[in-house]
Design a binder for this molecule. Structure first.
Ligand SMILES: Nc1ncnc2c1ncn2[C@@H]1O[C@H](COP(=O)(O)OP(=O)(O)OP(=O)(O)O)[C@@H](O)[C@H]1O
Length: 528
């Protein structure tokens, strides 16, 4: 029999004993009574050293299930399915799995925390009568459920200060991981400046992400540290947030990495389209609406804000501007007023300010293809805590793709592919495209061969491009050289002419001196 249950029966016997004692107590003289009660309590705690804590499903007259109860339910469901004799399946709408398992009513399981053994029991009590009028305050008024935790009284401190916290945090964490996640966006034309969402079902994970394994591990560890960092951030007085800058050429996996991060952490994604936000005040509203446990993504940040921090005008808007300006300067001024005035400093200040003041556990991710173009204010440490480069596919990354797409871990063609990947730049997106079977009959060998062919032709193209570039450079150098020569020749020419002028000047001067000499000798003036 379950230990907690055995103790529970013992406690019933002891309680009966206590009741009898209470009845006969009134016949005992006062002096003897206080003496006896002191020792009775001591003896009782020696005989029955366990404590129970009960967690009701509904507290008071609330219509909502107690959050504590739900967290315990999730925690026990996830941690005790292997030891419980009876389980119950729930069909939770918001869960990404078709069914969730939990403890059935009146089932017991054990748990261990820091070497201490604990006993959990799920209880369903049926009320003898159906109290009229009570049904509205409790869904099934004749059924009441609770969890009961039993532990030795010497662990009371550990249980109340650490264990229950651990259960609730774990329970909530598991619920977050199991729920269907959402992808929010503010880009919808008719709902500008408001979030709309769809279910987020991207299958990417860090296992399927092709990149240098060492760097990948560092990123995973960083994310784990962040997720568990609530107390650390509180201790150092910083908002519980972390900024990531993902950069690299198109098709190297920036969006895939964001999806992998969201799946790994169990967070929602908020895809913030800055060009759709009217001004800083609307930006603030959007940011306030972002829930905890989320990743805010601003893709192609270099296209959303220019270097001075002012929002860029999109090509479409430029065209619209052209049309609008036909209406004259007044109309133009009006339209200017309507245009977005979101600034880089506005964005950064809100992120620092609002997020420090409300909630936590948020990542902000910026992506760009041109990291060098970004304003240093945006990329400085403290704002963007981690800079991650996603680059062209090298052999280590290729191995991940080969495993994912073809289930191949080694092959005769691998050494050739390794050499080719070292010699030419191909994005993981292009490598993946080549590894995908084009028909039902195409097998692994053919897919790898097709990749080799693609790499070889890319290499040839690279060589042609490089040659063309070299030739263009040579031509430019030659032209520069010619120009330099011409300049020098011109300079030489000028110098020659200058010399000639100087010579003439000298001659003129000397002829002037001669004139003076002539004037001085006979008193007449000689003119030319
Ligand atoms: N590193 C990678 N690992 C696994 N798959 C990748 C990787 N990079 C690209 N891919 C594949 O290529 C597709 C396009 O990649 P993704 O959109 O993530 O690239 P990106 O860097 O975000 O491109 P862009 O800068 O154009 O937005 C993905 O759907 C994925 O299948």
């Amino acid at each position: 029999m379950f230990l907690g249950e055995k103790w529970s029966q013992t406690s019933t016997v002891i309680t009966s004993f206590m009741f009898i004692y209470t009845v006969i107590r009134q016949f005992i003289p006062n002096e003897l009574r206080s003496y006896l009660s002191k020792y009775t309590r001591k003896i009782f705690s020696l005989v029955y050293p366990y404590i129970h804590i009960t967690f009701d499903e509904y507290s008071g007259d609330s219509f909502n299930r107690s959050q504590l109860y739900v967290a315990i339910e999730t925690y026990l469901g996830a941690n005790s399915t292997t030891q419980a004799k009876r389980l119950k399946a729930h069909d939770i709408k918001s869960s990404k799995t078709p069914l969730t398992l939990g403890l059935d009513d009146n089932t017991e399981v054990t748990d261990e925390f820091q070497g201490v053994k604990l006993f959990w029991a799920s209880r369903k009590l049926k009320e003898a009568t159906n109290t009229p009028g009570r049904y509205w305050s409790y869904p099934n008024s004749d059924e009441k459920r609770h969890y009961r935790l039993t532990f030795h009284r010497r662990h009371l401190d550990l249980i109340t200060t650490s264990y229950l916290n651990h259960v609730v945090e774990e329970g909530k964490g598991i619920a977050v991981m199991n729920r269907k996640r959402k992808l929010y966006t503010n880009g919808a034309a008719e709902r500008r400046n408001r979030w709309v969402h769809i279910e987020f079902e991207h299958p990417a994970s860090f296992n399927t992400l092709a990149m240098d394994p060492k760097r990948k591990q560092e990123i995973i560890e960083g994310l784990l540290k962040f997720k568990k960092g609530k107390e650390y951030y509180a201790k150092v007085g910083k908002a519980w947030k972390r900024g990531y800058l993902l950069y690299g050429p198109p098709g190297t996996g920036k969006s895939t990495m964001i999806a992998a991060m969201a799946n790994f952490l169990g967070y929602d994604i908020y895809d913030l389209e800055l060009t759709s936000v009217t001004d800083n005040s609307d930006l603030r509203k959007l940011l306030i609406d972002i829930s905890n446990k989320s990743i805010v993504v601003i893709e192609d940040i270099d296209c959303s804000l220019d270097l001075t921090g002012q929002r860029k005008t999109s090509e479409k808007e430029k065209d619209e501007d052209g049309e609008k300006n036909k209406g004259g300067p007044k109309k133009k001024a009006k339209e200017e007023d309507k245009k977005s005035k979101v600034t880089l400093s506005g964005l950064l200040n809100f992120i620092d300010g609002i997020w420090s003041a409300c909630g936590g556990e948020r990542l902000i991710v910026f992506t760009t293809n041109y990291v060098d173009k970004l304003d240093p204010a945006l990329t400085r440490r403290g704002r963007m805590d981690e800079h991650i480069e996603l680059s062209y596919c090298r052999f280590e990354a290729f191995k991940v793709l080969a495993k994912n797409y073809l289930d191949v871990e080694s092959h005769d063609l691998f050494s050739k592919i390794e050499r080719l990947l070292g010699e030419t730049d191909m994005t993981p997106a292009d490598v993946a495209e080549n590894l995908m079977p084009k028909s039902d009959t195409e097998d692994k060998d053919e897919c790898l061969k097709s990749l080799v062919e693609a790499l070889e032709s890319a290499k040839k193209l690279d060589a042609v491009r490089k040659k063309a570039e070299e030739e263009a450079k040579l031509k430019a150098d030659q032209e520069e050289e010619e120009e330099e020569k011409l300049k020098n020749a011109k300079k030489k020419n000028w110098r020659k002419r200058l010399k000639g002028i100087l010579l003439i000047k000298k001659e003129v001067k000397s002829s002037g001196a001669l004139k003076k000499t002539l004037k001085g000798s006979n008193g007449s003036v000689i003119t030319n």
